[in-house]
Design a protein around this ligand. Structure first.
Ligand SMILES: C[S@@+](CC[C@H](N)C(=O)[O-])C[C@H]1O[C@@H](n2cnc3c(N)ncnc32)[C@H](O)[C@@H]1O
Length: 254
């Protein structure tokens, strides 16, 4: 907790406003998408999902493949998973704006949980979402919610990220990497993702200040030769691969 507070204060100090952003690509992203007033409202499908999941008092046994110490079992209510593990309001709004602006169609989410971010991404027109969840009980619940909402453009894979990445050949426009919050897994996931992304893909890495390890891995990824533009927006690390961009790093308050 103290690490996150200290990191946030440092982030505030380092972050710049749009007037000091000289890259046209990032300037447009900020002014025409992120800070643009339209497209940010919660949809009826998301509201229905929230009503279902936030009041679901069933409990499940959770197997978390992302814990640093290995496999971790726990009994949790679905409403608690929805509230604690699910994407935050601000990030959800950003997804609703980003996906149409960047003309994203094919999306990969690593870390479904009960499907809060999945529903947001699948509910933007013309998207198709592949989502991977290692915990069988959690994956079943997510599938149950998607069926209830009649969201047919979501494919759930119940397997560890590394198994999915080593057997998949489809490429993705957006990857939302939201699980396995430790250095080894995140580096391995990133390497596994490289064959699946193209020049205009975006990888969003969640929780880059969750721990010193996550910040370390984030800084390593920014230096990676395939990464051109990187943005630190505190909750997310953004990685772009556009060859036409000079290598640049931004720290932005969104
Ligand atoms: C923070 S939650 C995802 C939250 C979700 N994206 C949302 O916004 O609602 C992370 C999920 O990733 C799963 N996970 C972590 N490491 C994994 C791995 N190596 N393979 C498969 N699933 C994993 C966990 O079981 C957990 O449900």
């Amino acid at each position: 907790m103290w690490y996150q507070v200290k990191s946030y204060l440092l982030f505030l100090w380092r972050s710049k406003n749009k007037h000091s952003v000289h890259s046209p690509f990032i300037f447009d992203l900020l002014t025409k998408c992120i800070r643009h007033k339209s497209n940010g409202d919660i949809t009826a499908t998301e509201a229905k999902f929230d009503a279902l999941a936030s009041k679901d008092n069933r409990s499940i046994q959770v197997t978390d493949l992302g814990a640093g110490s290995g496999y971790m079992g726990d009994n949790r209510t679905l409403s608690a998973i929805f509230k604690i593990a699910g994407i935050k309001k601000k990030q959800r709004t950003l997804l609703r704006k980003l996906i149409p602006y960047l003309e994203i169609r094919q999306i990969l989410e690593l870390g479904t949980s009960v499907g809060k971010a999945t529903v947001t991404m699948a509910n933007v027109s013309k998207t198709s979402v592949v989502t991977v969840e290692g915990c069988t009980n959690t994956a079943h619940i997510a599938q149950e919610y998607f069926d209830q909402l009649e969201l047919k453009n979501i494919e759930v894979y119940n397997k560890p990220f590394n198994q999915f990445l080593s057997s998949n050949t489809q490429s993705f426009d957006l990857v939302y990497l939201d699980g396995g919050h430790n250095k080894e897994q995140t580096l391995a996931n990133f390497e596994g993702l490289l064959p699946l992304i193209h020049n205009n893909s975006l990888i969003l890495l969640d929780d880059i200040y969750w721990s010193p390890q996550m910040t370390e891995v984030w800084q390593l990824l920014c230096q990676h030769p395939r990464v051109t533009v990187s943005i630190d927006s505190y909750n997310w690390g953004w990685l772009f691969f556009r060859k036409e961009q000079p290598k640049q790093h931004f720290v932005l308050r969104l």
